[in-house]
Structures are given as structure tokens and as C-alpha cells.
Design a protein around this ligand. Structure first.
Ligand SMILES: O=C(O)CCC(=O)C(=O)O
Ligand SMILES: [Fe+2]
Length: 178
């Protein structure tokens, strides 16, 4: 099976999560409700320096940062990201009992789509899904391959938005997937 995700030991990630949650409160992300929210990486790295240093032990420099917002009770949205390269995904809020799931799909049915924030991604209609190949409860940091079709299943018992932080690097750390 292809390696689509792996949990990583990321020192002090809970502290980072709290700081990012506080940072999100100073933005309009919760009002706009876009699923993909690109963050000015220079600004957030200045405000939260630990975000820069915590990946150095993996020989990684943080390059792109986005907050993923999912409304309560919204699940699915299977897609392939337009950005290539293995990324980190860090739970921020309301991630307990939620899952990031990976799928085998009929590639001929993938459509390049523009998201609400002008971001490009490859939308995968439900009819294209062949089978689920992996699923991870999003409660610790993972590394994952955003080129493997994936979607988010929120916790049906939570009525507040689910927030995660997705991070791209100066290189694709595929070695962290195996
Ligand atoms: O929040 C998640 O579980 C996955 C988000 C996502 O699609 C991504 O980071 O590319
Ligand atoms: Fe994605």
C-alpha cells in the first residue's frame, strides 16, 4: 500500500496549537468560513517563532501555511491539493473524533476546481471514489501526502468548527511517511 500518512513526534505541538488558535481569533477566518485559508507565513512566523524552530530537527523550513476550516456536520469534500510535496497537518480545535481519510479513486473523474478563496484543488465527485485506503483520527500531528485523494470527516457530536493547520516545506519530506 502507498504511504499516505504517518504520525510524527512534534515537540510542544499542543502549545503551538493554542497559539495558532489565538492567532486565528485575530483574523476573519471564522467569519469567512472558507475551507482553505492561506496565512501570511512571514507574519505568523514572526508572531509564533516556535513554528519556525520546531521543524528544524527534521531538517525542514516552513514555507506555506494554511488553516483548514470545516463547519460542524460537514464531512467529505474528497480532493487532491494542487500543491505538491509531503506536508504536516496539526490539529488546532474540535479535532477529537474527526478523521482525515484517504481514498483510491477513478482518476479520470478528477476535476480541477477553484475554491472560495481562489485556491486551486482537484475536486473528486463521490461517484469517483473506489475505496477508502486509510483513515486517521486527527488528534496528533501527522505528515501526509496531499496528492493522495483525501477528505475530512468531522465529529458528528461537535457543533463548533473544526480547525487544522497544514504546513508545506522547502522540500518534500517523503522519508517521514515510512
Ligand atoms: O484537516 C484535514 O484533516 C485535512 C485538510 C486538508 O485537506 C489538507 O491539509 O490538505
Ligand atoms: Fe487537502
Amino acid at each position: 500500500m502507498i504511504n499516505c500518512f504517518k504520525r510524527i513526534e512534534l515537540t510542544n505541538w499542543e502549545e503551538l496549537s493554542k497559539k495558532v488558535d489565538n492567532y486565528i481569533q485575530t483574523t476573519d477566518i471564522l467569519q469567512k468560513k472558507y475551507s482553505w485559508n492561506t496565512i501570511d507565513s512571514k507574519e505568523i512566523l514572526d508572531k509564533i517563532p516556535m513554528l519556525k524552530t520546531m521543524f528544524l530537527e527534521f531538517d525542514l523550513k516552513v514555507k506555506t501555511i494554511a488553516v483548514i476550516f470545516r463547519s460542524p456536520l460537514s464531512s467529505g469534500g474528497v480532493h487532491v491539493d494542487s500543491g505538491i510535496g509531503v506536508r504536516a497537518l496539526i490539529p488546532i480545535k474540535n479535532c477529537q473524533g474527526s478523521y482525515t481519510k484517504f481514498f483510491d479513486v477513478d482518476k479520470s473523474k478528477i476535476q480541477l476546481t477553484t475554491g472560495a478563496a481562489g485556491d486551486m484543488y482537484h475536486h473528486i465527485p463521490e461517484s469517483a471514489i473506489i475505496s477508502e485506503i486509510a483513515s486517521v483520527e486527527t488528534i496528533t500531528p501527522i505528515m501526509f501526502d496531499p496528492q493522495v485523494p483525501h477528505g475530512v470527516w468531522t465529529n458528528p457530536n461537535l457543533y463548533s468548527p473544526r480547525l487544522t493547520l497544514t504546513i508545506g516545506f522547502n522540500r518534500s519530506p517523503r522519508e517521514l511517511l515510512s
